[in-house]
Design a protein around this ligand. Sequence first.
Ligand SMILES: [Zn+2]
Length: 112
Amino acid sequence: MTRPKNKRKADTLKDWLRDFSEQIPTSHPVRLSRHALPYYGDCELREGKGGKFFRIRIAKHLDKDAAFLVLAHEYAHALAHYLEPDPDDHGAAFGLAYAATWAIVCGEADPE
Ligand SMILES: [Zn+2]
């Protein structure tokens, strides 16, 4: 795979979130944070002063690669709300959203 010369490579979680948000935007903004969690991560549609947003939390104990995999998974949960107002956790809408998310990754990742 080749990368357009003018496009810089996503490296940090925030880079990836920016690329996901630009190329496959969710119905509400995503707020990303790292937390001490007893599991890998979560995504929840919440309502704040500025309106609705998706809160994605990723466990602090994960290394960079694992945290990225969790981000792709949790972003797909947020994106699934475009297809269904109340999607099943890992149902068809999630599957389509997950595929769309990975299409971004595969288009940007440098093959080994
Ligand atoms: Zn999930």
